[in-house]
Design a protein around this ligand. Structure first.
Ligand code: FAD
Length: 469
């Protein structure tokens, strides 16, 4: 088979599938990307509502997310996803109390110590103990299976972290990074976050906030890049089966796989290699028999799902100057100013209003609560944090719910996450839920897509593909 003859089908147009498709397209493969929904981007998506562009879920990333930032660069989007020049988070509490956690220019982990030493929501004794677990993390290997059996909360408590310290400090970052109540998170995944973000380079935890709606930042940009690479992108194409074996394509020409689509969604495709980049509950029924042990595939159900809810509140006037903030002693976890990014204009929404989105991770208790009840809870909660909101009118209020936002990143989950390779040469897995060592995040998704592409290039595609640099 000649260099450019390798037909690769990528199933799933989230960040994992997009990354794999770009990497394989750049390496010279003939790539087709199949996405069930009418758009690319997967869990990172936007929609239009009454003149606003709304992200279904606010996303952020960190300076240490090197793979994700690499994807942004390939998409030509680096400047639209700026990083803070220094980690800097304002923490609000009801009654106008606030703190600022801002790193210094010192090398990590010293860079956070001055801010933590002044953190007013902990007692002096609690502040004095904060560095204990941070330093203990140095000796913890996130890849050690023993770390995957422990709860982060128990581990913190055993290192002198009071209930208050866990709720008012550690939860601020672990709940949003791992989408699970802080005490319940897998120690292994928490260790990845703490070691990379807190103990790594001093700019590792600097926060990046997209300045464009996610649909533009990822989905639209990926469609343009893939088109330039000559990849075929088919939207609204739901794969119903992957069949393995020597498939006759034309006389004398065979392919390893046939990818079947739903009725009316196009012709089935023959492929030399397949990247299956869909969530675990969708991947399990698509795998051909024998691709992985049946018990392994059944085990994926144990990864479960954890919801994220976003509460969107639009005021008739500005209520805060902060671009984003975290909160403690409040049902609000993190809140973001989305006025500019949503394209909110005075013409549509009255001037000069402000659009705030509250991001609620590990949101099991809110996932099924009606919007009216959430309004009764969250509008007063915002007024407690932002005194100016007390006199402002709420002109719009709506809620977006992602019930399966991530897998449940609890102890034991690490053992259930599969590697990219399967027993079928040419069939590889990708997705933020696979064994990336990272939490279920954009960084994890991009890493998985790169790993899947490398796995194919080191195995079945080496003999058939050249590399276009
Ligand atoms: C509300 C919310 C907030 C989040 N916040 C953050 C954050 O702040 N920072 C961060 O890093 N991460 C965050 N995440 C997590 C992050 O979005 C995900 O980890 C990442 O986007 C997953 O990418 P993926 O490609 O693995 O999967 P997905 O994005 O789920 O993509 C899988 C794709 O496969 C498609 N598909 C499924 N079945 C089929 C089929 N049979 N045929 C064809 N296509 C199919 C789906 O339609 C989907 O587009 C958040 C997630 C949510 C939901």
């Amino acid at each position: 088979m000649k260099t450019d003859d390798a037909r690769v089908v990528v199933i799933g147009g989230g960040l994992a599938g997009i990354t794999a498709a770009i990497a394989l397209g750049q390496a010279g493969a003939d790539v087709t990307l199949l996405e069930a929904r009418p758009r690319l981007g997967g869990a990172t998506c936007s929609f239009h509502r009454d003149g606003l562009i709304v992200d279904t879920g606010q996303h952020i990333f960190l300076g240490c997310c090197s793979a994700y930032r690499g994807l942004l660069a390939k998409l030509g989007m680096t400047e639209h996803a700026p990083l803070q020049d220094r980690f800097d988070v304002t923490v609000l509490a009801p009654g106008g109390r606030r703190a600022r956690l801002r790193r210094t220019a010192l090398p990590g982990p010293l860079h956070m110590l001055p801010a933590l030493g002044r953190y007013p929501f902990l007692s002096w004794a609690e502040r004095a103990k904060v560095s204990r677990p941070a330093l203990a993390m140095r000796h913890l290997d996130p890849a050690d299976p023993a770390a995957d059996t422990q709860r982060f909360g128990d581990w913190l408590a055993a290192r002198g972290q009071s209930e208050r310290a866990r709720r008012a400090l550690w939860d601020l970052f672990s709940v949003s990074a791992l989408n699970i109540a802080g005490d319940d998170a897998s120690l292994a995944l928490a260790a990845t976050v703490v070691k990379t973000g807190l103990l790594g380079k001093n700019n590792a935890a600097d926060i990046g906030v997209p300045a464009l709606p996610l649909g533009e930042l990822h989905g639209d940009a990926a469609a343009t890049v893939l088109a330039k690479l000559g990849a075929q992108v088919t939207l609204g194409a739901k794969v119903t089966a992957i069949e393995g074996g020597a498939i006759e394509v034309t006389e004398g020409q065979q392919a390893r796989f046939r990818v079947r689509l739903g009725r009316g969604e196009g012709a089935d495709l023959a492929a030399d290699a397949v990247v299956l980049a869909v969530p675990h509950e969708k991947a399990a029924p698509l795998l051909p028999p024998g691709a992985l042990p049946a018990a392994t595939v059944r085990g994926w159900a144990g990864l479960g799902a954890s919801p994220i809810v976003n509460v969107h509140v639009i005021y008739d006037r500005p209520v805060t100057d902060l671009k984003f903030a975290a909160a403690i002693d409040s049902p609000v976890q993190w809140v973001f100013d989305r006025t500019r990014i949503s394209g909110m204009t005075a013409a549509h929404h009255g001037a000069p209003g402000q659009y705030l989105a509250i991001s609620l991770s590990a949101a099991d208790e809110y996932a099924d609560v009606p919007a009216a009840r959430l309004r009764e809870q969250f509008v007063p909660a915002l007024a407690e944090l932002f005194p100016a909101a007390r006199d402002a009118q709420v002109t719009e209020f709506f809620v977006t719910r992602e019930r399966r936002a991530t897998f449940r990143q609890a102890p034991g989950s690490g053992a259930l996450r599969p590697k990219a390779a399967t027993r079928r040469p040419g069939l590889v897995l990708a997705g933020a839920w696979t064994d990336t060592g990272w939490p279920d995040t954009m960084e994890g998704a991009v890493r998985s897509g790169l790993t899947a592409a490398v796995e194919l290039r080191h195995t079945v595609l080496t003999s058939t593909m050249g590399v276009r640099q």
